[in-house]
Design a binder for this molecule. Structure first.
Ligand code: PBG
Length: 337
């Protein structure tokens, strides 16, 4: 039998050389993950001693402020730099205009103050959006036709951001997608001497079905019903528009920008990083978490391997960090080698 490998020069390169041994794989590795890359999103609700499971996100809970302190302590131990707070608001407090969002004594400002009192070195991020606070589940104030009004919403969001800054939050993260909100919030922060409050803008936030489990977790799904967020969140078909959104947010004063959701939008993440070179974040959202957990819980995927591979993908795509419900899990895996 004559060989199929006719040419003496075959193969003309051997990329497998570098892959042969662990030492050389480590030596040529281009990207890496560390606990510093993670922001841990958590759900907060009123009460004492509460840790309540979220059915559509196995392994994720809603915490009362006191139990959240234990989570904060774990972030500190594992070196996760930032905790991101999302409120579950009691339905009696929900109104059409979502005014509870701007209550300086509301759940989120109280939780921020408690966290900063116990763990001053842990970064705390708060979401700026009205959907957990509105009786209709939209991120803003609506007219008679249910259309979300831009300017009145920006007013309320700015009051919300100021209440959070007053409570001592480190990063405010507007996730509402109203026009001009970054500039308005930045000016209000500066005017009130909150010159160090960072703004992480949800700049390219798509109208995604991957947010489903989050809406269960904060209890906005039922209020929202069959309505959607297509008049303010971005069309998943669009790519160039994401760059215009990010450009506007940077011009208006964002310190960091975000692309959301994560895994189906890695092309956008790479575009944004290449175009602006800003601190750029990705949000591996609730639906992505639920998919991975469901497959792993069925024994179809190896949870630990998938978690690390999916998070590394964000780094490779240009992300400086990732908001992920796997933050503590991944940090533990990295710590234990
Ligand atoms: C609020 C907000 C949402 C998410 C983060 N902030 C939901 C939405 O826009 O409907 C989604 C996060 C996730 O799915 O994990 N505006």
């Amino acid at each position: 039998m004559t060989s199929f490998l006719l040419s003496p020069e075959f193969p003309d390169s051997r990329p497998r050389r570098n892959r042969r041994d662990d030492f050389s794989r480590r030596l040529v590795r281009e990207n890496s993950l560390s606990a510093n890359d993670f922001i841990y999103p958590v759900f907060v609700r009123e009460g004492k001693g509460v840790e309540q499971a979220v059915p559509s996100m196995p392994g994720v809970s809603r915490y009362s402020p006191d139990t959240l302190l234990r989570v904060a302590e774990e972030c500190m131990e594992l070196g996760v730099p930032v905790l991101a707070l999302f409120p579950v608001i009691e339905s009696e407090l929900k109104t059409p205009d979502g005014a509870e969002a701007a209550n300086p004594d509301g759940l989120i400002p109280r939780t921020v103050a408690l966290l900063k009192q116990h763990f001053p070195e842990l970064g705390v991020l708060t979401d700026v959006a009205l959907d957990p606070y509105t009786s209709h589940g939209q991120d803003g104030i609506i007219d008679d036709n249910g259309y979300v009004l831009n300017e009145p919403t920006v007013e309320m969001l700015t009051r919300q951001a100021l209440a959070q800054a007053q409570a001592g939050v480190d990063i405010v993260a507007p996730s509402d997608m109203m026009d001009g909100r970054i500039g308005t919030i930045r000016k209000a922060l500066e005017a009130n001497q909150f010159i160090y409050t960072r703004i992480m803008a949800y700049s390219a936030k798509y109208a995604s079905a991957f947010y489903g489990p989050f809406r269960d977790a904060v209890g906005s799904a039922a209020n929202l019903g069959k309505s959607n967020k297509f008049t303010y969140q971005m069309d998943p078909a669009n790519r160039n528009e994401a760059l215009r959104e990010v450009a506007a947010d940077i011009r208006e004063g964002a310190d960091m920008v975000m692309v959301k959701p994560g895994m189906p939008y890695l092309d956008i993440l790479r575009d944004v990083k290449n175009a602006f070179g800003m601190p750029t974040f990705a949000y591996q959202v609730s639906g992505e978490y639920a998919m991975i957990r469901a497959a792993a819980d069925n024994g179809w995927l190896d949870l630990d391997a998938i978690v690390l591979e999916s998070l590394l993908g964000f780094k490779r795509a240009g992300g400086d960090g990732i908001l992920t419900y796997f933050a503590l899990h991944a940090a533990r895996l990295l710590k234990n080698g």
